[in-house]
Write a protein that binds this ligand. Sequence first.
Ligand SMILES: *Cc1c(COP(=O)(O)O)cnc(C)c1O
Length: 491
Amino acid sequence: MSAFERQPAAVLEQLAALRELDPPTHGGHVLSYVYDSGLAELDELAAAAIRAVQPVNGLDPTTFASVAVLESELVGFVRGILHGDADVVGTATTGGTESCLLAVKTARETWRAQNPDAGRPRLVAPTTVHAAFQKAAAYFDLELDLVPVDADGRVVASEVIRRLGGDVALVVLSAPSYPFAALDPVGEVAPAAAELGIPLHVDACIGGLVLPFWAEATGADLPAWDFTVAGVTSVSADLHKFGYAPKGASVLLQRGRDRQRMQYFATTRWPGYPVVNPTILGSKSAGPLAAAWAITQTLGTDGFARLAAACARGTAALVNVIGGIEGLRVVGDPVGPLLAVAADESVPEDRRVDPHHWADAVRAHGFVLQLQPALVQPDGTVLPPTTHLTITPVTEAVLGDLGTALVAGADAVRGVPHIDGTALLAGLPPLDPAHLDADTAWALLQGFGIGQGAELPDAQAPLVALIEALPAPVAERLLTELLGRLVEPRG
Ligand SMILES: *Cc1c(COP(=O)(O)O)cnc(C)c1O
């Protein structure tokens, strides 16, 4: 008799079938979330590395000495390409969000130590800063002071500097920002922050492993944004993005050991083993760390430079294609292999292409783009709805089909106006998110035609229009409900 209720082979077969539900994670058909180097050997290498450390507990480098070596060498590699000197130390984390959370936690502890009797510190950042910093501010109780950006997604350095003061625990700038690929003015803000003794984190989660090679890849001049800039106190860089590692790998670098020690949590005040954690998790996989290490060892800086060059060629080609589509425009002057596309307001309305209808139409041609809702900034200015594309080394190989899809998608929806979400709300009583219970929230979603079946609707434009129209706390509550229901046990 078997010890098993089901045969492993049958279970794996089912897993394979479930994976058919996913969009293709290789081959350049999904232009966000996944980062395909196009080098099958790297995927094999990562899988083998994960397998090699599968039973290890990444929690404790004193017990598992391999973990200490892997982390030290991975941090050293990233420090090298980000021009950190011997004063820069770092940690492998499970992802960009954890790196960002820890940068904020470090700054909060530092600020509290310096201001023992003061209240709640501020975190100053452009509105385009990754949502991970909103999460960090919420988790660690900082006031988020968001600085509006211009229509091209650029923040004015003096607007950031103007807000600096004794209650600011951290300034965050991006290299580049996720929504618009703007390279924030690190070199201009850093001296002012340093002068006031305020730490400056550069969020290079997406750019960290590709921007160091961008100037060479594109021939363009890039202002310095890494540890070569004196006032930069920490940098986050994700290995599971342009480091091509499986998900679960990022690095947070900090200038100065004393600063970095504030990142740790340590306690000997329980009857169990002493807990000394540089990161948020306790027991954790060493797999993504080992995979990221193996990939960086294998590629070396030259390998990363070559992949960055492929990204740069793909990006230039796509900018060209989109530039040739009547009714669309690339937002601002993106730095790095990502960009946002908006409707071109310089052409008559009936020639414009709504970026969300476009993304839905392009999806029908087999390419998945990412819809970004319009945003009202704190000063009342509005950032338009856009569609995001992340370009990876494989994009180049599918340029023909992708270009055709982008053009055909635009032709299919040219002149169709952006969905007015407020019309969807007609007749709805005012909603108080604090009193929206799970069943009411679910009923509302179903009233909007969302979530009836197990599957989400193919067209995302209506859902995003709803998000744009609803007050943010209500939208957040409804989306929480949607995501919560998605993973509830079925049947
Ligand atoms: C992806 C990203 C993050 C968050 O990283 P996760 O790995 O998704 O947790 C933070 N900042 C920027 C700029 C990013 O692109």
